[in-house]
Design a binder for this molecule. Structure first.
Ligand code: 26V
Length: 814
């Protein structure tokens, strides 16, 4: 948009006064933030309204991305960049004696997600708008996002994330678009006018009230919408009679029970624990979202039989799987279509992404729970299952009689949500080549054989605007200086940087930028936690959720072994290294929590020991999330992507780090394999078992972790450090970690991969010594990162799955 500094200052001062009731001199940082947010939102309004009018007018096919999680982070700076007003606003604020940096720190992170899956959804929102796809997000407006983590005495302690306590300037409440969602009750069946009719009776009604947040594309005038639903008690149910009798307790407890649905995000990211409230959350937003879509579709006057031509609904993992039976219900029970018509529309509308192969994360709901919470939905699932079984029975009963049961949607008293998604959609994709291949050839093989062509791959991506342009301004400027700014819209043109591959001046500047970013991060860390780190040491970074399969344990055991070596030989020629960890553990995941304590205990030991602390430092960065990531990533030298091969579906932190010039230490897992293909084997440090080897060892039980423990003295001493008193803890402190490794035969092959990890770490250090070589590696990583932009991912989804129109801009369509 067109905006000059003077106009901005005038608008801003007026807004600040109106919002805070105070003049600039007396305003708080929060007043300043709030006024700026409200002004920026207003600047966006014309395009936002215009976009939805244009989509309606053009009868556009639209994409709805249903996701339980959107891990958006802060929005202010993102918005200003998208609107092209960042510099003007920054200048205007400076003129007024204010600092944009300070003001933007007042914004709370929108932390409505656990990790990769939720952040991916947020990146997709940005890319859909920027690429010009009419695509919106549908989810839940949780009152509490992912818990805030504090490290107290080395332990993770969780605190509620009250992100809404000072209001959210970006959202707009839409009470007129509220819909009812029904739970429980019973189904009455009747036969009227030649067809079966179903009535849901005696249900518990919950109001789903949408809050809309604008999602502007990058300087293209398009503003899509993220719609998050909040649960509210329905007013008539809010028992006024009871209230006037003074029966407050009951009245409020009912209200609280209803509103509990959108109270809090479940903090487990890979462990399905079958809680009823979680199932309620899933149905709540899916039903509300579909009713909203249906309502606006009907308003357009288009025939219901064309629903799938105008609406593409994508489900992010199985959490929104009930979209399938819910759409069937709306089409049959409300729109009066028959089963065959409804089924065709539903399957043509819905597409599904699988994000994990871990069995413990697969959603399954007990039949009795589903039946009593959602009786009509369960009936529909049963019918989908019955019809599907009929076909598989007929096909396989002779050749492979067990196959039909294996593929069933309902089995062993449970509803298998992944099976429901596969049967009820027209596309099933994995999130990296290896992951998609393992889905099709191993985990979901029978389905891939049954549905030729339904399975496909869409390698994940990240928005290079947030993760490079905004969070690393120095590097962005250096890139633009060399190749122009086309990469902002066409990230693959970052490839043009390759011509600087052997340009000493360019590479030197690249290293100077890294150094400056490292200083920035060390200042940030010092300010936020009091910890000092040395910008001249290697920053070796592992930031992700804490999980055994991600193997933070391998990293810390290796650090412990370096410590032991240094203690023996203090003159060991090591480049000083700072190991940084950032990770949240699910509150109930004890092994993960012990790992956090272990990292902190090792850090306490090493950082206080003069024999080693010139060369080694271990820091656990508290409360890892989007904002912390934005500070750390630009400063990284080494990116740790060390999951057990086959376990990490894709990873996206790996992409963010490479894009910022970090070199990856990697197993052949997830998207690491595609990073290898992009940069070549000389620009990445590979180690460890392959996925195939992991499968083989797991199948034939030939791996013996204890033998490695016995035969590798250094590794043994590192493991024993957990119990022998070296660390300032009781010998039982880390019993779960030790017993997972030694008593339960190390399911994630930490011991097996240890030696090869230690070797590659040595190589990485040697490479770092050679500054010229390192800077060229770093450059290659940046130059080849364009394919990992979520713009590419979104274009792939749209080309193969959604097939929505792509608008360069909407200006002129109004
Ligand atoms: C699963 C569950 C199970 C029920 C309890 C709550 C809950 C919450 C989230 C999940 C999803 C786990 C799957 C997941 O996050 N996968 C990650 O997806 C990323 C984006 O595709 C990918 O990069 C990571 O490799 C993958 O682990």
């Amino acid at each position: 948009m067109e905006l000059n500094v003077n106009q901005f200052k005038k608008d801003y001062l007026r807004r600040l006064k109106a919002k805070s009731g105070r003049p600039l001199e007396e305003s708080t940082v929060w007043d300043q933030y709030h006024a700026l947010g409200s002004l920026i939102k207003e600047y966006m309004t014309d395009d936002w309204v215009g976009t939805s009018i244009a989509y309606n007018k053009l009868d556009t096919r639209q994409v709805f991305y249903f996701s339980m999680e959107f891990l958006t982070g802060k929005l202010l700076c993102d918005y200003m960049h998208a609107m092209g007003v960042f510099e003007v606003v920054e200048q205007g604020l400076t003129d007024l004696g204010l600092s944009l940096e300070t003001i933007s720190e007042a914004e709370r992170d929108q932390g409505l997600g656990n990790g990769g899956l939720g952040r991916l959804a947020a990146c997709f929102m940005d890319s859909m708008a920027s690429v010009g796809i009419p695509g919106h997000g549908i989810g839940i407006r949780f009152n509490f996002g992912l818990f805030e983590q504090k490290i107290i005495n080395g332990y993770q302690v969780e605190f509620p994330d009250r992100w809404l306590e000072n209001r959210n300037v970006w959202e707009v409440k839409m009470p007129d678009k509220a819909v009812e969602v029904h739970f429980g009750g019973s189904v009455r069946q009747d036969y009227i006018g030649g067809r079966n009719v179903f009535f849901l009776e005696n249900t518990e009604v919950v109001m789903a009230v949408p809050y809309d947040t604008p999602i502007p594309g990058y300087q293209n005038g398009i503003v899509n919408t993220l719609r998050l639903y909040s649960a509210e008690a329905k007013t008539p149910d809010f028992d006024l009679a009871g209230f006037s009798r003074g029966d407050y307790n009951r009245v409020f407890s009912e209200k609280y029970a209803v509103e509990a649905i959108s109270q809090v995000l479940y903090p487990d990211d890979a462990y399905e624990n079958g809680r009823l409230l979680r199932l309620k959350q899933e149905y709540f937003f899916v039903s509300a979202g579909l009713q909203g879509i249906m309502r606006s579709f009907k308003r357009s006057g288009l025939p219901i039989r064309d629903f799938h031509k105008y609406n593409a609904i994508h489900i992010n993992d199985t959490h929104p799987a009930l979209a399938i039976p819910e759409l069937m219900r709306l089409l049959m029970d409300i729109e009066e279509l028959n089963w065959e018509e409804a089924w065709k529309i539903t399957t043509q509308t819905i597409s599904y992404t699988n994000h994990t192969l871990l069995h413990e994360a697969m959603e399954k709901w007990p039949v009795d729970v589903m039946k009593s919470l959602l009786p009509r939905i369960f009936m529909i699932i049963e019918e989908i299952d019955r019809r599907f079984n009929q076909i598989t029975e007929r096909l396989y009963h002779q050749v492979d009689p067990r196959r039909s049961q294996q593929m069933a949607i309902i089995g062993d008293g449970q509803v298998r949500m992944a099976h429901l998604c596969i049967v009820g959609s027209h596309s099933v994709n994995g999130v990296a080549k290896l992951h998609s291949e393992l889905l099709a050839t191993k985990e979901l093989k029978p389905f891939n054989e049954f549905y030729a062509g339904k399975f496909n791959n869409k390698t994940n991506g990240i928005t290079h605007r947030r993760w490079l342009l905004h969070s690393n301004p120095r590097l962005s400027a250096h890139i633009t200086e060399a190749i122009g700014d086309e990469w902002i819209k066409e990230p693959e043109s970052l490839g043009r940087l390759m011509k600087y591959h052997s340009d000493p001046a360019y590479l030197e500047k690249l290293m100077a930028i890294k150094r400056a970013n490292k200083v920035d991060f060390s200042n940030y860390l010092h300010k936020t936690s009091g910890v000092s780190i040395d910008p001249d040491s290697i920053y070796d970074i592992q930031i992700k959720r804490l999980h055994e399969y991600k193997r933070q344990t391998l990293n810390i055991l290796h650090i412990m072994s370096m410590y032991l070596r240094l203690k023996e030989d203090p003159d060991l020629d090591l480049i000083p290294r700072t190991f940084l960890f950032g990770a949240k553990a699910a509150p109930g995941y004890q092994t993960a929590k012990q790992t956090i304590k272990l990292i902190n205990a090792v850090g306490d030991l090493i950082n206080a020991d003069k024999d080693v602390n010139e060369k080694l430092k271990v820091v656990f960065v508290e409360n890892y999330g989007v904002t912390v990531a934005e500070h750390i990533i630009p400063s990284a030298d080494i990116s740790e992507q060390i999951s057990t091969a086959s376990k990490e579906a894709s990873g996206t932190g790996n992409m963010k780090l490479m894009m910022n010039g970090a070199v990856t230490v990697a197993t052949l897992d997830g998207a690491n394999i595609e990073i290898l293909e992009a940069v070549g084997k000389d620009n990445i440090f590979l180690f460890g078992l392959t996925a195939e080897e992991v499968y083989r060892y797991t199948e034939n039980h030939s791996y013996k972790a204890f033998e490695i423990y016995q035969n590798n003295p250094l590794l043994r001493r590192a493991i024993d450090m957990m119990t022998d008193g070296t660390l300032n803890v009781s010998p039982e402190e880390f019993y779960l970690i030790r017993s997972a490794l030694l008593d339960h035969n190390d399911a994630f092959f930490v011991l097996k991969d240890f030696e090869s990890y230690a070797n590659i770490q040595k190589k990485a250090c040697e490479a770092y010594r050679d500054k010229k070589r390192w800077s060229a590696m770093s450059l290659v990583n940046i130059a080849k990162s364009g394919i990992f932009s979520s713009d590419r991912t979104i274009r792939d989804y749209n080309r193969d799955i959604w097939k929505a129109p792509v608008f360069e801009t909407l200006k002129g369509s109004l």
